[in-house]
Design a protein around this ligand. Structure first.
Ligand code: TIU
Length: 228
């Protein structure tokens, strides 16, 4: 079985049992005027994730790896948004309020959709989730099971919120998770560093961590070179 050099030790995977998971690469988190900015964050902190993640996505598609995307957001009537989440903090705009890209974090609005650089293609499921974790109140687990997936290569934003929550949910459900360090992003440099440390500590208590270059090399080795 191919292995990816990773911490705390190599991550074994195959094309058949592994999915690339892209978490919440939505305008609402990485572009100005969205949910992330209303919480007081500088969205520029996340934009460095886009180029390496676009390369990973393209290479995964070429290799035939199963790709699945998630989006955090709520129904227009907010019936799936707990009052605690709606009221939390002191945002400049609340979930459902009108913003420059439509209503904040509402399904169907421009701000809720995935950024142009990472637009899903047919065959790549998009999981709409009301919470931070991809498993909560979604078909994510059922879709992975239907495809025979037991290993997740996890990317997206933010490292300490939706990426961590999803990795912890996946870990408790028996999945093995490799987090690509340059393809996950945080609004806070310290959280990025410590968030990755938390995953790989204690012999990989929640999973593995590797740079995208290690994953790309492993994928390219699986793909036969064209005969000239
Ligand atoms: N605020 C923050 O860091 N993240 C979120 O609210 N959602 C996700 O991480 N997707």
């Amino acid at each position: 079985m191919p292995e990816i050099p990773a911490e705390p030790y190599p991550f074994a995977f195959s094309l058949a049992d592994t999915a690339l998971v892209i978490i919440d690469m939505q305008r609402d988190f990485v572009e100005p005027g969205g949910f992330g900015e209303t919480l007081g964050n500088d969205v520029e902190q996340l934009r460095g994730v886009i180029p390496p993640l676009a390369t990973v996505l393209q290479t995964a598609r070429e290799a035939g790896l199963f790709v699945i995307h998630t989006r955090e957001g709520h129904l227009p009537d907010l019936s799936d948004c707990p009052p605690a989440k709606l009221q939390r903090g002191n945002p400049s705009l609340r979930i459902g309020d009108p913003g420059p890209n439509g209503r904040i974090l509402i399904r169907g609005e421009k701000g809720h959709d995935i950024i142009d650089e990472l637009t899903p293609v047919p065959g790549e499921p998009v999981i709409d989730k009301p919470g931070k974790g991809a498993f909560y109140a979604t078909d994510f687990g059922a879709i992975l099971a239907a495809h025979g997936i037991s290993k997740l290569v996890v990317t997206g934003v933010t490292t300490e919120v939706c990426v961590h929550t999803t990795v912890r949910e996946a870990n408790d459900r028996g999945f093995e998770c490799l987090v690509l360090s340059d393809c996950v992003g945080s609004y806070f440099a310290d959280f990025q560093r410590v968030g990755l440390d938390m995953i790989r500590a204690q012999g990989g208590i929640f999973g593995w961590v590797a740079p995208s270059t290690a994953f790309l090399s492993a994928l390219q080795n699986l793909t036969p070179s064209p005969v000239l």
